[in-house]
Design a protein around this ligand. Structure first.
Ligand SMILES: Cc1cc2nc3c(=O)[nH]c(=O)nc-3n(C[C@H](O)[C@H](O)[C@H](O)COP(=O)(O)OP(=O)(O)OC[C@H]3O[C@@H](n4cnc5c(N)ncnc54)[C@H](O)[C@@H]3O)c2cc1C
Length: 435
């Protein structure tokens, strides 16, 4: 490549969602900061998630998704960040050097630091391996909200929503706005995964029955979806639900293609890049933030990751510091934990919280910390752990950990032998693939 084809910048942020825009804004004073975003406008998922519930922890107010997205986009622009929209980072061309493609052509940018902020997505039907016909009308929540809020297209009249977590209620809200009735929501769990206040309000407003302990085993229809077959997990009984739309919700996977192709260490639990508490990946000078690391938490938490990473990037510029700390793993029913390396002597993780994902309902969880097999801490937390949402653990549970000692395991007391049936179903539903 000719030297003139190569642009040099101080920081390159890949992904213009809340986490990437916040990171770029926080780093704007460090030199030239560029954000690349493959969509026409930066803002990420909230841009087409037109309901309230955004901004509480980062902006200290509650906003609708599009207004929240625009706030972070404006903040980045006002801070002097350069936004390259309709631009996709396609591949690495060397250390901290990335090829970009846009309608204007191809360019390559090399940066002193790269921040990956590519987010997470819901697995589509193909990755969930649901048999049957392949008619139009099967969407993820992201595709549904894109169709309704950005393209103002119609989606159908009767929908089945697969999942009953927070995002599933968001899908049901969008369906209602589009004039499509949610005839049922299905969940493999014994109750809906979302918070009970939200669940009760959602049920009252949307009148969508939640079919617990069921899974969708087939989709039928030729020109359009005509029905789905749902199976009761306890009795094996099957019944068809007439519908013309199916929305696949939850079942998240990080958008980790660049992290993988760059040879970064990936965490087997999150499937995103493995990071330390400062959000440093295994590649020197490459950082990661947002739902790429914890699929998925709320947008404010993602944005606060973006603010948290800034001092670590500045430290990289000053000292060349790289990923460090004692390895951290989670035991079932905790599916994953982030970050995956911590140093109890150093700065804690973002918001001083360890983020985990729990595959079981535990109303009064007792967190145990073991290092090299020895119990370090046991602490009861006053909030429940539940599937379908992040379970947050105060990072000071690690205070007694030896920073030079063996790996640390985080578990829930009495839960080390998980419900085998639950895990079999989870594995089948979630299909621990890289798709
Ligand atoms: C339906 C739904 C409802 C939600 N409701 C709420 C809510 O009420 N409140 C709340 O706080 N949170 C909510 N969330 C979660 C919230 O949207 C996410 O936590 C937040 O968007 C995560 O931000 P992020 O920056 O990590 O990722 P994203 O918002 O996903 O942004 C990642 C960006 O990276 C871009 N990108 C990816 N790869 C590339 C590439 N190679 N090149 C260039 N660009 C790339 C993508 O286009 C995207 O814009 C909801 C999510 C969904 C799906």
């Amino acid at each position: 490549m000719a030297e003139s084809d190569l642009r040099r910048v101080r920081v390159l942020v890949i992904g213009g969602g809340p986490s990437g825009l916040a990171a770029a804004t926080a780093l704007a004073d460090s030199g030239q900061v560029v954000v690349v975003e493959r969509e026409q406008w930066a803002g990420g998922i909230p841009r087409h998630s037109d309901h309230t519930g955004y901004g509480l922890r980062d902006l200290r107010r509650v906003m609708r998704g599009p207004a929240y997205a625009e706030t972070w986009r404006s903040r980045a622009l006002d801070a002097g960040v350069e936004l390259l929209e309709s631009t996709m980072a396609t591949e690495w061309a060397g250390d901290r050097t990335v090829r970009l493609t846009s309608p204007r052509g191809r360019t390559t940018i090399t940066a002193d630091a790269v921040v990956l902020a590519t987010g997470a997505r819901e697995r589509p039907r193909t990755a969930r391996r649901i048999p049957g016909d392949r008619p139009p009308g099967v969407l993820t929540t992201g595709q549904l909200q894109n169709l309704v809020h950005l393209q103002h297209a119609s989606v159908g009249n009767r929908a089945v929503v697969v999942g009953a977590e927070l995002v599933s209620w968001s899908a049901a809200l969008t369906l209602r706005e589009a004039g499509c009735r949610t005839v049922a929501m299905t969940t493999v769990h014994e109750k809906s995964e979302s918070y009970s206040a939200f669940r009760l309000a959602g049920r009252a407003a949307l009148r969508a029955p939640v079919l617990t302990r069921t899974e969708v085993v087939r989709i039928d229809g030729r020109e359009r979806v005509e029905s789905v077959l749902v199976r009761d997990l306890d009795t094996g009984a099957e019944r068809a639900l007439a519908c013309d739309t199916v929305v696949m919700t939850g079942d998240w996977i990080p958008d980790h293609e660049l992290a993988r192709s760059g040879g970064l260490d990936l965490d087997a639990g999150t499937l995103g890049p493995s990071v330390d508490a400062a959000l440093r990946t295994s590649a020197p000078g490459v950082f990661a933030v947002g739902n790429l690391l914890h699929p998925v938490d709320t947008a404010d938490v993602a944005a606060l990751d973006g603010l948290h990473v800034a001092p670590a990037v500045l430290e990289w510029f000053a000292t060349g510091s790289t990923r460090s700390g004692v390895p951290l793993t989670a035991a079932a029913p905790l599916r994953w934990i982030a970050p995956q390396q911590v140093d109890p002597r150093g700065a804690g993780p973002a918001r001083d919280r360890l983020l985990t994902w729990c595959d079981a309902f535990v109303s009064l969880p007792v967190v145990e910390i073991h290092q090299g097999g020895a119990l370090v801490t046991r602490r009861r937390l006053p909030w429940p752990a539940a599937p379908g949402r992040v379970f947050r653990i105060p990072a000071n549970v690690l205070d007694g950990v030896d920073p030079a000692g063996p790996p640390v395991e985080v578990s829930l007391a009495g839960r080390s032998s998980p419900d085998a049936g639950l895990l079999v179903r989870t594995a089948r539903q979630v299909g621990r693939t890289h798709q």
